[in-house]
Design a protein around this ligand. Structure first.
Ligand code: ZN
Ligand code: ZN
Length: 254
């Protein structure tokens, strides 16, 4: 009851603030520039949305929701991963605004989409955690873009958020030019979780983008090692990596 009340008041203050901002400064669509919404209905409609009938780990389209042959051969620390849309078009613009310009209004719009996804699952979440940056990178950037999604999402879902129980203990080199195998090795042991916070909990890990899922699985592995019961993963976007391109992307409604 206490927790619900606290979240109710925080959430109301947050919406009140952002509605006030929208009233004072009507937003322009980040996709087409039209006035009225941060992402207008047309641009929203144009996103390459994730398919429901797809692999629970990588999003590849399947006849029904399950595990694809490739993921069937790889151990996963997460129980299920979901995402909103492909990392292209207006979704790419949104994430870049969040990541490089700390655009909190965009974070709120994306958090609403993330909340809609969680609301149709049977996930019984205890704690929402953003995938952390290393201390050094966070100090350089001044914020963690994943936390700019996790916080408004926690208010939407009335669930607690925690940014202390999972830390990135060593710097990993940029994943951009690495293949799947190299990505997994690059992030192995990069995270450490606090059992006093995560033990016996079902955790929802939140990040902006995933490519192969190596980072999110490394974070989930640290949580599982510290006694987390289940770990679900939710990202705003899936990068169209080497294995998945627009031409062969079975995961998306093109
Ligand atoms: Zn638009
Ligand atoms: Zn898969």
């Amino acid at each position: 009851m206490g927790i619900v009340d606290k979240f109710g008041i925080q959430a109301k203050a947050y919406w009140f603030f952002w509605n006030g901002v929208d009233w004072l400064f009507p937003p322009e669509c980040i996709g087409c520039g039209k006035e009225g919404a941060i992402i207008c209905p047309e641009c929203l409609h144009g996103m390459m949305r994730a398919e429901l009938n797809s692999c629970i780990y990588c999003g590849v389209k399947l006849p029904k929701r399950g595990v694809c042959t490739r993921c069937g051969h790889i151990p996963h620390a997460i129980h299920e991963l979901r995402y909103v849309a492909a990392y292209q078009g207006v979704m790419r613009t949104a994430i870049q605004r969040l990541k490089y310009e700390r655009d909190l209004g965009v974070g709120l719009e994306l958090a609403k989409m993330l909340a809609q996804i969680v609301q149709v699952t049977d996930w019984q979440i205890d704690l929402i955690m953003p995938v952390p940056l290393s201390e050094k990178r966070q100090a350089q950037r001044g914020y963690n873009q994943a936390a700019l999604l996790a916080y408004p999402l926690s208010l939407q879902l009335h669930l607690p958020e925690n940014t202390k129980g999972l830390v990135r203990v060593h710097e990993t080199r940029s994943q951009v030019n690495l293949n799947f195998q190299e990505r997994q090795e690059n992030v192995q042991g990069a995270f450490c979780a606090d059992p006093s916070i995560v033990k016996d909990k079902t955790i929802l890990l939140v990040d902006d983008v995933f490519t192969t899922g190596a980072t999110i699985n490394a974070a989930a592995a640290a949580l599982r090692e510290s006694g987390s019961k289940r770990v679900y993963a939710l990202t705003a976007a899936k990068a169209l990596g080497r294995q998945v391109t627009i031409e062969n992307a079975p995961a998306f409604d093109v």
